[in-house]
Design a protein around this ligand. Structure first.
Ligand code: C2E
Ligand code: MG
Ligand code: MG
Ligand code: MG
Length: 290
């Protein structure tokens, strides 16, 4: 009996694996099509100061599948990351963002936009050339771009990573370390790499007012970033109490549903503040509809 059960279990796992491999191939194939057929689009989530002033936005890809409705990136980015598909997707995203920024600029609107770069994209030998080509042909100034890297890039030779970052820095691009605290970064890396920003992962922010460990971690990251002279962004701010806690510990930049979800480009354009005008926090809280 035990043997039979064992076999059933093996059978079950084999089926599951098959299923997930199938699923993966399916997602991959339709994502490839989606890129070709322009079924992807970008939403922008405002990056704000405590005062409520919008100082930038993060570009977040969306997949609108006619049948299934919008597909969340969590459902397809990890699959794209298993193959070079993420590189196609990444190129598309960067080109699309640059195109949008150029269009905004033509309307007199300038905004710093950050773009997520997967480790696999960053590792491509010709990544710098690709970026240069896309940015130059768009006419957008690279100074308005931030690349968000995750600690995953640091599994590679740190010196090679640093050199590549330096080359991109020379173009004008700045760097943020995304999802900080969830990976394997050490203080050593932070010192060695040309980072302008640390983004504290939302998993720490979530329970900041109730979990003393998270509170300690976050306040330490904020203090450390300030010591290193790096900007720090708290991700996933949903509540006023979280904001107050973060501000108390010296964090000045925020992203989260408390301020705004990611919105479509047109809506983002209407939110870009006219240069030089401070806005009130309360006036800046944006309704949830996209
Ligand atoms: P991320 O780069 O850490 O982006 C932040 C994610 O947190 C976004 O999810 C955003 O909508 C969500 N978020 C922001 N504020 C809040 C909040 O207050 N509460 C909660 N619960 N969530 C909040 P999204 O858009 O689903 O993206 C998920 C991840 O997918 C991103 O995490 C990023 O790693 C990846 N991703 C998105 N777009 C791209 C892209 O163009 N290229 C690559 N390589 N990855 C992307
Ligand atoms: Mg990000
Ligand atoms: Mg993040
Ligand atoms: Mg992420």
């Amino acid at each position: 009996r035990a043997k039979e059960e064992g076999r059933n279990r093996v059978q079950f796992f084999l089926e599951q694996m098959q299923h997930s491999a199938d699923h993966r191939q399916q997602v991959e194939a339709s994502l490839r099509q989606a890129i070709d057929k322009n079924m992807l689009y970008i939403c922008y989530q405002p990056l704000v100061r405590g005062s409520g002033k919008i100082v930038g936005a993060e570009a977040l890809v969306r997949w609108s599948d006619g049948e299934k409705g919008p597909v969340n990136p969590a459902a397809f980015i990890p699959i794209a990351e298993m193959t070079d598909l993420i590189c196609c997707l990444g190129q598309w995203v960067l080109a699309e963002v640059c195109k949008q920024m150029a269009a905004w600029e033509a309307q007199g609107k300038k905004l710093v936009v950050s773009v997520n770069i997967s480790p696999r994209e960053f590792q491509q030998n010709d990544f710098v050339e690709q970026v240069q080509e896309i940015v130059l042909s768009s006419g957008v100034r690279a100074e308005y771009l931030v690349f968000e890297l995750t600690e995953g890039v640091l599994f590679n030779n740190i010196e090679a990573v640093r050199l590549k970052m330096e080359r991109l820095s020379r173009l004008g691009i700045r760097f943020a370390l995304d999802d900080f605290g969830t990976g394997y970064s050490s203080l050593q890396y932070l010192k060695q790499l040309p980072l302008s920003t640390l983004k504290i992962d939302q998993s720490f922010v979530q329970d900041i007012t109730t979990d003393s460990n998270d509170a300690a971690i976050v306040s330490t990251i904020i203090a450390m970033a300030r010591t290193l002279g790096i900007d720090v962004v708290a991700e996933g701010v949903e509540k006023k109490e979280q904001l107050e806690f973060l501000e108390h510990w010296g964090c000045q930049l925020f992203q989260g549903f408390y301020f705004s979800r990611a919105v479509k480009a047109r809506r983002m354009a209407s939110l870009i503040p006219p240069a030089g005008k401070e806005q009130l926090r309360e006036a800046q809280i944006i309704s949830f509809d996209q």
